[in-house]
Unconditional design. Structure first.
Length: 331
């Protein structure tokens, strides 16, 4: 049994960025079904904020971070898809990627192709796999075909910029919303067909105008409370609102009858972790992501880099919505 120490960003109580502290923890050998990975880069995601604030409650102390990339140091019994020395990346439960080295379940850890660097690997797994399931697995009842309109909120963020590019590759007409003209420009540069600044324009009216009064087949919404009702108003009859986050706060309770009145609509609340509950499915989704990146159709944009020690600043920037693309922490 070998023990080593690692820095780990943890919280001991829910709250603001000031709750983030760097503790020294002991890391041992991986047990059955586990690996020990030394991180070269760690991804930052809005789910980390939800966990830090207590919106998604966890026992304390809580080590944060759902995404990372690095080198496998050791594998436990029964792990056959990875070996010591492999480059690897993951989006996975339980949280704890904000650290130098960790022991974790091997199921969601994927071998990282040599053509993809560690920063890209750390930035792309949670966001890229999210874009993958949204566009490929979370479809309206009438299906999605080339030429169809879809609406994507917060399209200049990490998931959004990947989705803009991937939707274009699939032939979809993605209508992006973002909170500034610069962010709208970024979405258009990454493949969005149209972009709407929701701070200066009524996005429902613009969507109706763009689609000739028809509306869209799907709205992909990670904003939550602030966009929920208007998102429903953007949908065609039998359209799907795919909620996958709540950056503005959780959607309040509502009467299901509203879905009937607005066009027999469908509503789903999705999370990546339901989609990656098996090694086979995780690998299949990752292979699809790796392929679209290798093809050059999707490029991962990393606009912010912070030292692990500056994690509070990273969280402040994310919550202030002053970030674009992806953010990584560097151990």
């Amino acid at each position: 049994m070998s023990e080593q120490s690692s820095r780990a960003v943890r919280i001991h109580a829910a709250g603001g960025p000031e709750q983030l502290v760097i503790d020294t923890v002991s890391v041992g050998d991986p047990g059955p079904g586990q690996v020990r990975i030394r991180h070269h880069a760690v991804g930052l995601n809005y789910i980390d904020v939800y966990q830090r604030t207590g919106l998604y409650p966890f026992p304390m102390p809580l080590a944060l971070g759902m995404e990372g990339a690095g080198v496998i140091e050791a594998v436990g019994e029964g792990v056959t898809h990875l070996k010591a020395g492999d480059r690897a990346a993951y989006a996975a439960n339980p949280p704890g990627s904000y650290c130098d080295v960790r022991v974790m379940p091997a199921m969601n850890v994927c071998k990282l192709p040599d053509s993809i660097d560690f920063e890209t690997g750390a930035a792309m797994m949670l966001k890229g796999l999210t874009a993958q399931y949204l566009l490929k697995r979370c479809k309206p009842v009438e299906g999605l075909e080339a030429g169809d309109f879809v609406l994507f909120h917060a399209a200049a963020g990490g998931v959004g910029l990947i989705a803009c590019q991937w939707a274009k590759a699939l032939g979809l007409k993605l209508i992006a919303t973002a909170g500034s003209d610069d962010k709208c420009k970024l979405a258009l540069e990454h493949g969005a067909s149209h972009a709407i600044n929701y701070r200066t324009e009524d996005f429902v009216a613009r969507v109706k105008d763009i689609t000739g009064g028809q509306g869209v087949k799907v709205v992909y919404d990670s904003v939550g409370k602030d966009t929920f009702e208007k998102s429903l108003d953007c949908l065609k009859p039998f359209g799907l609102l795919a909620s996958f986050g709540n950056a503005s706060g959780p959607v309040p309770p509502f009467a299901p009858g509203i879905l009937g009145a607005k066009g027999s609509l469908y509503l789903t609340r999705q999370t990546l972790f339901t989609h990656i509950t098996s090694r086979e499915r995780t690998q299949s989704m990752a292979d699809d992501l790796f392929a679209v990146i290798a093809s050059g159709q999707v490029k991962i944009r990393i606009d912010q880099r912070f030292a692990l020690a500056d994690v509070r600043k990273a969280h402040e920037s994310l919550e202030a919505r002053s970030t674009t693309g992806c953010t990584v922490l560097l151990p």
